[in-house]
Each structure stands twice: as structure tokens, then as C-alpha cells.
Design a binder for this molecule. Structure first.
Ligand SMILES: CC(C)(COP(=O)(O)OP(=O)(O)OC[C@H]1O[C@@H](n2cnc3c(N)ncnc32)[C@H](O)[C@@H]1OP(=O)(O)O)[C@@H](O)C(=O)NCCC(=O)NCCS
Length: 194
């Protein structure tokens, strides 16, 4: 077993002292992940998907299975028995972009601002840094998502582009979308990343 295979499960402690476990998602997490997704879509604030959308358990199981490849990672943060967050990393399929992987992250509403996102992102970045072929992580984030942008910047992501009026909400308002990237090993400017 290589170092990258033995990285998870890992434990972390939230700011207020609550212990969490970060591990690869398994079929038993399908319900927890579907709830997390449902909450994100229903709140309608931080995703391009319409609030009406819903992911079934079967779809969630398929999604979990789709992350079994060596260039993919789906981690869950678990507190007690409950899934409180996830981070997904998937390398691009095209050979010329296969060194770049797309990252996305979600934390359950009640658990935000407590350090779950930081722990998940740190775990995903550590995995990517140790990966033999992934050289760069990229992500997209709404420009007004201050908390997410702060999290990414602290972990070593930098701004690569701004897609103006890329998001149009149902009420006719627009939002810009940011493209951020992080090259292997960039630990960011946050002293707590050391
Ligand atoms: C964005 C998200 C993943 C962050 O996870 P989190 O667990 O809430 O974040 P953390 O508690 O780990 O805090 C992350 C950083 O943001 C900072 N932060 C927290 N709230 C903030 C705010 N309102 N404004 C700016 N920065 C903020 C924290 O200080 C922390 O930085 P630090 O670790 O250097 O102190 C989470 O809030 C979430 O899922 N939001 C909804 C979905 C979403 O936006 N996903 C990302 C889409 S690209």
C-alpha cells in the first residue's frame, strides 16, 4: 500500500474541540450525502443547480462508485454517525488536461464556520500533493462567496479568472464566477497551514 492509500481515514478536531473523521465515501454514506446535497440545492445560494433539483439515493450511490478511480477522491467528514461535509476531486479525462483535477466542497449548514471545510480542503490538498500525476487543483466559486474564497486562498489557491455575469438567478440577478487554481505543494499564506 502506498502513502497515498493510507492517508484516510484521518481524524481532525474542529475549532470548538469536536472530533471528526475524514474518510473516503462508501455506499453507506449515500443517504448522508444525498441530504447534504439536498440542503445545498434547497438553500439555492451557492450552487448553479436550481432549487427544485433533487438527487436520488440511486444517483448518489452511482456518484460514490464513480469516485473509485485512482485519479479521483470523494471524502466525507463524519461527526458521530452523521455526514457533515464532503470534498470531491476528479482529474480531467482529456490526456492533455489529466494533470488538472476539479475540486468541489460542501459543508452542512449547521456545521459551517467551525473548521470542517478547512479540514476537508486540507485533506484533499494533501492527497493531491502526494498524487503521482495530479499537478494542479482548480475550482469555480461565486465571486460573492466570501467564506469559500477565504478558505481557498488560505489553502494556496489563487485567482485565475473572473467569469462576469456567469450565474443568473431565477429572480434575474446575476453573479460573477471566479476560477481559482492551486499548483502542487502550494501551502498558501495562512500560518496555520504549516
Ligand atoms: C464554503 C464552505 C465549504 C467553507 O467550509 P466551512 O466549514 O464553513 O469553513 P471553515 O469553518 O473551515 O472556515 C474556512 C475559512 O473561512 C473563514 N471564514 C469563515 N466565515 C467567513 C466569512 N463569513 N467571511 C470570510 N471568511 C470566513 C474562516 O476564518 C476560515 O479561515 P481560517 O481557517 O483561516 O480561519 C462551507 O461554508 C459551505 O459548504 N458553504 C456552502 C456551500 C459552498 O459555498 N461551497 C463552496 C462552493 S465553491
Amino acid at each position: 500500500m502506498g502513502a497515498i492509500d493510507s492517508m484516510f481515514p484521518a481524524s481532525a478536531t474542529l475549532r470548538e474541540g469536536t472530533p471528526i473523521v475524514i474518510r473516503r465515501a462508501a455506499p453507506r454514506d449515500a443517504e448522508g450525502l444525498a441530504c447534504l446535497d439536498q440542503e445545498l440545492v434547497s438553500e439555492g445560494l451557492w450552487t448553479v443547480r436550481d432549487p427544485g433539483g433533487r438527487v436520488s439515493l440511486v444517483e448518489e450511490l452511482k456518484r460514490i462508485a464513480s469516485y473509485s478511480g485512482a485519479d479521483r477522491l470523494l471524502l466525507v467528514a463524519v461527526a458521530g454517525d452523521g455526514v457533515v461535509g464532503e470534498v470531491a476531486v476528479k482529474a480531467h479525462k482529456a490526456a492533455r488536461c489529466a494533470h488538472v483535477a476539479l475540486l468541489s466542497i460542501t459543508v452542512a449548514g449547521a456545521w459551517r464556520g467551525r473548521g470542517v471545510g478547512r479540514a476537508l480542503l486540507g485533506a484533499a490538498c494533501a492527497w493531491a500533493d502526494a498524487h503521482p500525476t495530479i499537478e494542479k487543483l482548480e475550482l469555480f466559486v461565486f465571486a460573492h462567496n466570501d467564506r469559500a474564497v477565504a478558505l481557498y486562498t488560505g489553502a494556496g489557491f489563487s485567482l485565475e479568472g473572473r467569469r462576469e455575469r456567469y450565474i443568473r438567478f431565477g429572480d434575474g440577478r446575476y453573479a460573477d464566477d471566479l476560477v481559482m487554481g492551486r499548483f502542487r505543494g502550494n501551502r498558501g499564506g495562512n500560518p496555520r497551514n504549516g
